[in-house]
Write a protein that binds this ligand. Structure first.
Ligand SMILES: [Mg+2]
Length: 432
């Protein structure tokens, strides 16, 4: 296989850096961002705070005890989302192929660019451009695959750069702690540590079969990463990436209360899928189709979230703005787009860890007993009387996006396939 050049760009203490743009007196000081109450959790902290042993996900109370001088800030997801988008926009403008891995991380595939610019030079210029336009410090790693470039970016922090060329991959990884391998969480780490394994070099020397015995299916993946092997592609990030659901009624309806109940249950279902996939959304779209097939959609950008109560409130607001004509409705749809990887950490600013725990507990029940085992009371009624269209394909665009998509570099057959999936249901004949 041709050697690849993959960049991993990671904003330094992202939330803290954004706060410092607002208030420069925060420079050089220990900062904690997260829930303000004793029960809150640290969502992000500055390097100055880390010197005291503070780290993210630590209970706020403990962090405050460790670092008494720390300035505590509640956090502003709306602003972080805005800056996250600005960074993505710059990367999108400059890059041939990029993936948005989380609010503050991007991968870029610049394979082959060496012939023209020099990969390091190109990436350095991009880093400068991001700093210049947003004021945010960012670090990057450049190497032969995603795993090694991510680890390299971590080693380069803060405000650093690190290139690991092909023949340096093994010697670069070998002295690092096994904790630096992205997929090794606390559980695996402690298991391996209990076996006396501390550094990546030990994993490199172990036979892959032994790793499989210890870690099961994951053993091989961990072994490969320890040896700097990772063939996973940079997945093109598209703002169109989305997940959605829609329902066509057996009988067209004008009952607003009922329609809203349905909307709530649809949002609830999608939000659960979002959390299951460990994703966050930054844009919600609501669609209604009147009985005369007039279709209207409205969307709203929101700070990254995956929590029902935020999404439900926005969906209801959009529905109220959309449903102006009091005539019969035959379909409603909801869609989440602008998805990025990420779990609950972004909602840790809310002083309600209990609520996060409640979500996790409910999701566990849903996972065990099926999605419909736990539903908001409002969403339960009249569930059976309609046709439900589910989508698994995340890439499915809204019908209104089709022409736009087609004008992109899309083959005719792909366009036709999308059209087939998305064409209005009165053309497919399965009128209900
Ligand atoms: Mg970061």
């Amino acid at each position: 296989m041709r050697e690849r050049n993959i960049v991993h760009l990671d904003l330094d203490t992202f939330f803290v850096s954004v706060e410092r743009l607002k208030d420069s007196s925060l420079e050089g000081k220990p900062i904690l961002i997260g829930g303000m109450s004793d029960r809150g959790v640290v969502a992000s902290c500055s390097y100055e705070a880390r010197l005291y042993g503070v780290h993210s996900a630590m209970p706020m109370k403990m962090a405050r005890n460790l670092c008494e001088d720390a300035i505590i800030i509640r956090g502003d997801m709306e602003m972080y989302t805005k800056y996250s988008r600005m960074v993505t926009d710059i990367i999108a403008e400059e890059s041939p192929l990029y993936e948005k891995a989380s609010v503050d991380e991007h991968y870029i595939d610049i394979s082959g660019m060496d012939q023209f610019f020099g990969c390091m030079k190109w990436t350095r210029e991009l880093k400068q451009k991001i700093l210049h336009h947003t004021g945010l410090p960012i670090s990057y790693g450049l190497s032969v695959n995603k795993t090694v470039s991510k680890i390299a970016a971590g080693e380069a922090k803060p405000d650093g750069e690190l290139e690991v060329i092909h023949k340096q991959v093994l010697p670069f990884l070998s002295p690092l702690s096994i904790k630096k391998i992205p997929m090794i969480g606390d559980k695996t780490y402690h298991l391996l540590r209990s076996m006396g394994i501390q550094y990546i070099r030990t994993l490199q020397l172990m036979p892959v079969e032994m790793m499989e015995k210890v870690l099961g299916k994951n053993g091989q993946v961990v072994w490969k990463k320890a040896n700097g092997i990772d063939t996973s592609p940079v997945k093109p990030y598209s703002e169109q990436k989305s997940m959605g659901t829609e329902r066509t009624f057996e009988k067209d309806s004008i009952d607003v209360v009922h329609l809203k109940e349905l909307l709530v249950s649809m949002v609830e279902k999608l939000a659960y899928q979002l959390r299951k996939k460990q994703k966050l959304t930054a844009c919600i779209t609501v669609k209604i189709r009147y009985s005369n097939f007039d279709t209207h959609t409205l969307q709203k950008r929101i700070p990254y979230t995956s929590l029902d109560h935020v999404l439900i409130a926005t969906a209801k607001e959009l529905f109220d703005r959309l449903y102006k004509r009091r005539i019969l409705i035959r379909l409603i749809g909801v869609r989440f787009s602008h998805l990025v990887g990420g779990v609950q950490q972004l909602d840790l600013f809310e002083d309600t860890p209990e609520m996060i725990r409640l979500y996790l507990a409910l999701d566990k029940l849903r996972y065990r007993y099926g999605r419909k085992s736990v539903l908001r009371a409002v969403g339960i009624s009249n569930r059976e009387k309609m046709k439900e269209e589910e989508e698994d394909a995340e890439d499915r665009p809204l019908p209104s996006d089709i022409e736009q998509r087609a004008s992109w570099q899309m083959g005719g057959s792909t366009f036709k396939r999308l059209w087939k999936i998305n064409r209005p249901d009165y053309l497919t004949g399965n009128r209900t």
